[in-house]
Design a binder for this molecule. Structure first.
Ligand code: NAD
Length: 499
């Protein structure tokens, strides 16, 4: 059995707490490795060493730091297949999806190659007699990243690349379910020239997270995961005086207008609803057709597409559409929610509960399910299922569909399919959701824009990656400077006026 490690001061280091978690192979249901769960002492030691390393890294000029990102980007490209395989092996997603996971993280690294231009300060010449003002963006010091299981490469990269480019040291606590990719990324960063200690990877669970939240040296916390934990981490981090941005769960609605191209809408729903077994924070989990005819036309198109989906292990290659869910507990929870949908009166049009895969009977596989006639009171509507289940809520008007989307407590992503530009534009302007797709089902913004939900999908006031990340990971210091050579008068006792 492989025993994984932490990554401290530029090397893989065995855990000393004596506590371990199992890392499963979701396709077979077997334990494939164990991961150490760090103690408070191990976390504090990693933070202390990161603080030492940060001093020189923060003083390194930004273009030298950017060169580390350039080399890092090249190494990620060279190791793309290995990284994608690591992602898929622990998560269970298909290899093309594993590559997408790495690629969307790499794109944030690419933006960080231009970090110096994003770290420029501001300058006011002659703001008063002989007085100039300038502001600079300085690193925070040691920051923490806490990441979920569902994007083992992308989300750690969204955290580490901007944080490090800004001159911070980071202690990253990846998901204990998929820890290997972060360890390899740390090794690639070392190879790219990152000094030891600037990125520490500490594996662990709540004990390690709480140690980070309570450590006075940690200046900021970037979290991605489920909403209850996001809210908890935001509260505890900010109560301890830290900066925090905590991204949570989602229930993403896609509105289908009667004038939409129904085939394209159905294709989009199948990909966005069932891709990665629905384990994406930007998955579409609710289809909202406008009008009964639209709803019927959509179901007619969805059913054959869903019935054709191929579910299997990532080793099945390009032929597999999606894989298992992450744990047995997750599988049980999803099955329970499907049962609740039936019990509460939704129509289960495609039932994925009986799905079995020969040779993988102990894997955490669930076939795709489609519910019609779902209502907002049902648990399958209220809960983030995070599994291969698509719910259709029928509406009679655009306003009703918009209101449904807006009344939902989550606000991560949403989409509208329509041939009418006015309706789509109205939707984009009015909807209270952070990321909107127009005839585009999973609108994860490109890396030079920025990612963040609204409402219960995010706690904190800045988004992740893009320009917001450079604000989050730096503090502004403003200097008012005067040189006395040109000033003849003596002491001044009135509050200085700049005129
Ligand atoms: P999770 O909340 O269970 O875990 C996320 C991280 O928090 C992990 O590192 C975990 O070890 C830690 N953690 C878990 N319980 C904790 C506790 N009680 N105290 C302290 N730390 C704890 O989330 P997950 O199951 O790994 O990921 C799936 C969730 O993440 C979904 O809800 C999904 O929507 C969300 N997600 C959101 C985004 C986004 O950007 N908004 C992106 C990806 C995933």
């Amino acid at each position: 059995m492989q025993e994984l490690s932490h990554y401290i001061n530029g090397a893989r280091v065995a855990g000393t707490s004596g506590r371990f978690a199992d890392v499963m192979n979701p396709a077979t249901g077997e334990v494939q490795a164990t991961v150490p769960l760090a103690s408070v002492e191990e976390v504090n030691e990693a933070v202390a060493k990161a603080a030492e390393a940060q001093v020189a890294w923060g003083a390194t000029n930004p273009q030298r730091r950017a060169r580390v990102m350039m080399k890092f980007g090249a190494l990620i490209n060279e190791n793309m297949d290995t990284l994608a395989e690591l992602v898929s092996r622990e998560h269970g997603k298909t290899l093309p999806d594993g590559r997408g996971d790495v690629q969307r993280g790499l794109e944030v690294v690419e933006v960080c190659m231009g970090a110096p231009s994003l770290l420029k300060g501001e300058y006011t010449d002659n703001g008063g007699p002989g007085i100039d003002l300038y502001s600079m963006r300085q690193p925070l010091g040691v920051v923490a990243g806490i990441t979920p299981f569902n994007f083992p490469a992308m989300i750690p990269l969204w955290k580490m690349a901007p944080a490090l480019s800004c001159g911070n040291a980071m202690v990253l606590k990846p998901s204990e379910r998929c820890p290997s990719t972060a360890l390899m990324l740390a090794e690639l960063l070392k190879e790219a020239g990152l000094p030891d200690g600037v990125l520490q990877v500490v594996n662990g669970d709540k004990e390690a997270v709480d140690a980070l939240l309570d450590n006075d040296t940690v200046q900021a916390v970037g979290f991605v995961g489920s909403t209850p934990i996001a809210q908890y981490i935001y509260s505890r981090a900010t109560a301890n005086g830290k900066r925090a941005q905590c991204f949570g769960g989602a229930k993403n609605h896609m509105i289908i207008m009667p004038d939409a191209d129904m085939d394209k809408a159905a294709d989009a729903l199948v990909g966005a609803g069932f891709g990665a077994a629905g384990e994406r924070c930007m998955a579409i989990s609710v289809a909202v057709p406008v009008g009964q005819e639209t709803a019927d036309a959509l179901v007619d198109r969805l059913v054959p597409r869903i019935e054709k989906l191929k579910v299997g292990p990532y080793t099945g290659g390009e032929d597999v559409d999606y894989g298992p869910v992450i744990t047995k507990a997750s599988e049980t929870r999803i099955r329970g929610l499907i049962d609740s949908g039936v019990a509460q009166g939704a129509k289960l049009v495609v039932d994925g509960r009986d799905f079995k895969l020969q040779g993988y009977e102990n894997g955490f596989f669930i076939g795709p399910s489609l519910f019609d006639h779902v209502t907002p009171e049902m648990d399958i509507y209220k809960e983030e299922i995070f599994g291969p289940v698509l719910s259709q809520v029928r509406t009679d008007s655009y306003e009703e569909a918009l209101k449904l989307t807006m009344d939902n407590p989550y606000g991560n992503g949403t989409a509208i399919f329509s041939a009418d530009g006015d309706t789509a534009r109205d939707f984009a302007h009015r909807v209270n959701v952070g990321m909107v797709g127009i005839n585009f089902p999973i609108p994860v913004p490109l890396s030079y824009h920025t990612f963040g939900g609204w409402k219960k999908s995010a706690f904190g006031d800045l988004n992740q990656y893009g320009p917001d990340a450079f604000r989050f990971y730096t503090r502004t210091k403003t200097v008012t400077a005067r040189w006395f050579s040109g000033i003849k008068e003596g002491g001044e006792f009135a509050f200085k006026q700049m005129d």
